[in-house]
Design a protein. Structure first.
Length: 462
């Protein structure tokens, strides 16, 4: 069945996305620990810096320089061991996403008659257009539908996107979609840069980004200016290298940043490096999670004309657990809500109890974070009048009201009130097994408390 096949594609893709995000997070901790260690090593070495009088110490300046250079090389190497895998994971994530898109669209064209007609019409038009220019690449297969479908992989990215938009009818002007689509275009430009020209930001990157965004309706280059600024702000300096000096000299560093044998200087060149750091990776993974979820739901909606199947929305719950609880990121709650808003406005979609609980939890978490922040800076009365807070509160209560099952409402209430005993006994009735209960977002969140952890351990493993 088409809906099942679509779900399988989506599930596989998201599992890989989570896996790469997890790896990225491990790298994130490695990076910050290494940085701390490196700084203390440099400080330590600076303290042993010998006086330049050989009669006082036999640990002379040359030895010190050797040690210093060795430490410097070691730090360079460690640094590389962090950004190189991040760049690799990023490029692979982009490829996996393109593959997911291609598989999803091909499934729809193959198995949905209406979509196939739409596709073949557009294909024929484009093929004839190309043929007039002497290019027979598309028209030669026109009598073989199967081949025409495979040929979607021959299209250039802008053409390809036009097909996807034409067939799926994505809503480009939806604010969240627009934002993520723009982020995605920037990410694609960045991975193109890595693949063809290295990691240093160049004119071609800026020009191509501006053109691509303009072709998607970016008036007066409003977004491209913002995105170029964003890319530059979160970039890093280029790595130091030897500049000038004598040709053929195997430069060796002296006590400053010059070469002992010639006039070359070892310094940071002008320019910025767009290598992926852990937070940029998370940012692009979140954007791709939004886009792939919206595309999956749209495709599911098209395929699901006559039955009442529900798309698989467990991945949103997993996203909340990973990004929200494990990594403590606001995006863990913002993205699922954006997906819901898009679905509610543009797709035939009615959240069930499980989704309403998810969206309730997302709004509740955002609200709690905002309140914490406000409490540190404002007075209680200001908070009562705060518009953002009141909108969030209303929206949270709305999701709660939409939960039909009273048992689930009680579980949610006991979670909010941190009534651990009630939560466990009520939760176990619905989850049936302890291991199932352990998978819930609410349980994972409560497990942060030692008291709850104790109670949960004591629970009979039924
Ligand atoms: Zn030299």
């Amino acid at each position: 069945m088409l809906t099942k096949k679509l779900t399988r594609e989506y599930d596989n893709f998201i599992e890989n996305l989570f896996f790469l995000t997890e790896q990225n997070h491990i790298n994130f901790f490695k990076a910050s620990n290494l940085r701390k260690k490196n700084i203390s090593q440099i400080v330590e070495l600076e303290n042993t810096k010998p006086k330049q009088d050989p009669s006082i110490s036999n640990y002379d300046y040359a030895d010190f320089l050797d040690d210093f250079n060795q430490l410097y090389d070691q730090i360079e190497y460690q640094d590389k061991s962090l950004w190189l895998p991040s760049n690799a994971n990023f490029i692979y994530l982009m490829s996996l996403y393109e593959n997911f898109l291609s598989q999803t669209i091909k499934l729809l064209i193959k198995h949905d008659k209406h979509i196939q007609e739409k596709y073949m019409q557009k294909y024929q038009g484009d093929a004839e257009e190309l043929n007039k220019k002497g290019n027979r690449e598309l028209i030669k297969d026109i009598r073989n539908t199967q081949k025409c479908i495979e040929n979607i992989d021959l299209l250039t990215i802008p053409q390809y996107k036009k097909y996807i938009n034409h067939l799926l009818g994505l809503h480009h002007k939806d604010p969240a979609y627009l934002k993520h689509n723009n982020f995605y275009i920037e990410a694609r430009e960045r991975s193109n840069l890595f693949k063809h020209r290295g990691t240093e930001i160049d004119d071609k990157f800026e020009k191509s980004l501006t053109e691509n965004l303009a072709s998607e309706g970016d008036k007066n280059n409003k977004y491209s200016k913002k995105l170029i600024k964003f890319a530059r702000t979160f970039s890093r300096p280029l790595r130091k290298k030897w500049i000038g000096g004598k040709k053929g000299c195997e430069h060796k560093r002296d006590k400053k940043s010059g070469c002992v044998n010639c006039s070359a200087k070892f310094k940071t060149p002008i320019g910025r490096d767009l290598s992926v750091n852990p937070s940029y990776f998370e940012h692009s993974a979140s954007t791709i999670f939004f886009l792939s979820s919206v595309i999956y739901r749209t495709a599911f909606n098209i395929a699901n004309k006559n039955s009442k199947d529900q798309p698989n929305l467990n991945k949103e719950h997993d996203f909340m657990c990973k990004m929200g609880i494990d990594f403590n990121r606001l995006s863990g709650y913002v993205i699922p809500l954006q997906i819901n808003t898009y679905s509610r406005n543009h797709l035939q979609f009615k959240p069930d109890d499980v989704e309403n609980v998810n969206y309730f939890l997302c709004t509740n978490n955002i609200l709690e974070r905002k309140l914490d922040l406000k409490l540190k800076t404002a007075k209680i009365n200001d908070i009562k009048d705060d518009k953002e807070i009141s909108v969030l509160t209303k929206s949270r209560d709305h999701f709660f009201q939409n939960i039909n099952d009273n048992n689930i409402k009680d579980i949610v209430t006991s979670y909010i009130k941190k009534n651990y005993e009630d939560y466990l006994s009520l939760g176990l009735k619905v989850a049936n097994r302890k291991t199932h209960l352990a998978d819930w977002f609410m349980t994972k969140d409560l497990l942060k408390s030692t008291k709850f952890k104790k109670l949960f351990k004591q629970l009979n493993n039924s």
